[in-house]
Design a protein around this ligand. Sequence first.
Ligand SMILES: Cc1cc2nc3c(=O)[nH]c(=O)nc-3n(C[C@H](O)[C@H](O)[C@H](O)COP(=O)(O)OP(=O)(O)OC[C@H]3O[C@@H](n4cnc5c(N)ncnc54)[C@H](O)[C@@H]3O)c2cc1C
Length: 444
Amino acid sequence: MKKDIGNWGNYPVIESDESAFTFTGEFQNYIKQTGAFIPRGNGRCYGDASLAINTISTLKYNRIISFDTENGILECEAGLTLDKILRVIVPKGWFLPVTPGTKFITVGGAVASDVHGKNHHIDGAFSAHVLEMDVINAQGEIITCSPEINNDLFWATCGGMGLTGMISRIKFDLKKVETSYIKQKQVKARNLDEIIRLFDEYKHYTYSVAWIDCLKKGSQFGRSILILGEHAKTEDLSNHKQNVPLKLPKEKKINFPFNLPSFVLNKWTIRIFNFFYYHKNFKKEINNVVSYEPFFYPLDAILHWNRGYGKKGFIQYQFVLPLESKQGLVEILNRISNKGLGSFLAVLKVFGKQDNLISFPMEGFTLAMDFPVRKGLFEFLDELDQIVLQYGGRLYMSKDARMKPEVLQSGYPHLPEFKRILEKYNPENKFRSLQSERLDLLVK
Ligand SMILES: Cc1cc2nc3c(=O)[nH]c(=O)nc-3n(C[C@H](O)[C@H](O)[C@H](O)COP(=O)(O)OP(=O)(O)OC[C@H]3O[C@@H](n4cnc5c(N)ncnc54)[C@H](O)[C@@H]3O)c2cc1C
């Protein structure tokens, strides 16, 4: 069915012929009958990675195949969302090994973007927990791959943005938990130096992330709140909560009803927001126990919050810089603050070591910021790209809608090998997205 589709950033929006499948046989027929297309999960990437003239949704291909409750291993179809998985695994004392900042993504999307969470420095990205998966290639063959079997396909599929084939079945391991609660600590940092020091001081925490105020200058440049967490043990809970330690959180949702006019978001509204956010706690440090939902998914409480950026949409700009490149972070934050381009959501995190073929994470600082699409934004982001490259960093394809192919090439040293694997599994560019066209990822 033809309709206009976009991803979370609502930029770009294109007309696409979207189909769906429930069984692998249906998908194999679709391959024979359709030209080029791209698999599509829940559309939670921000840019154009799951957009194409033909798209095939996995959302109806969403069954659990097996759940080993003894050893914590889940096997499922790729269109199952993390939201639905949590409802099944948490009451049995298991949790996702890695989760991004929204639970409304599919497992196929988690592998194709090789998503990271607040625990990357301890547990790595999602691919580190995948035991094996099936990928359906351009000829309709189902190929099982893992770090041991057909490992070229495995590593090119983790972070490969749907270009190696359709991930159909995934088997991955889970994390054992005693409760569904998180022991949370929040620490305020006065400036960038302090937040960097605090990340190091608290690096033994499983989960860590910081909200950062991009508009502050002078002695408060980079003021932040560091948010840390550990899965709570039963003894950490109040008596009342100890009765049902693995309780699922209640679904409390507000709907953002319409697109806000784009002028509502400006440096003054962001300054006011940042002021209240930073001062919401008077104390330097707070410790409490919260359900996993507000800790991992605070934004999921407001459905369609992306409409707050208006009809033209927004870009989430996320980059990573090596640990020793703090100066690059300072330069980028300075440019943003001088331009008056604050972001409501500016999130800083430290990644641990990772050297996959095409996945985004590498050891260093990653910063993600949202900017509404406006005149001059893309030119400004092109300038930031150059700073990222100069300091040895790269951008996240899953958030991208505008980077130039040279920026991808300079940031991803294993790109030539990735392209060689695409020649083997997708020689005629049957799996093809707007992003793969823009980033020169087509096999020639
Ligand atoms: C609020 C919010 C917070 C986020 N936080 C984080 C975060 O903390 N960390 C992080 O890493 N990401 C984060 N993301 C990004 C998100 O996790 C990824 O973009 C994820 O891939 C989206 O999955 P999806 O199911 O919505 O897939 P889509 O957005 O539809 O597709 C994403 C990519 O996966 C491919 N794909 C999807 N399914 C398949 C399949 N079965 N086979 C082959 N390819 C497939 C698509 O072709 C596309 O290239 C966040 C997104 C939002 C909206």
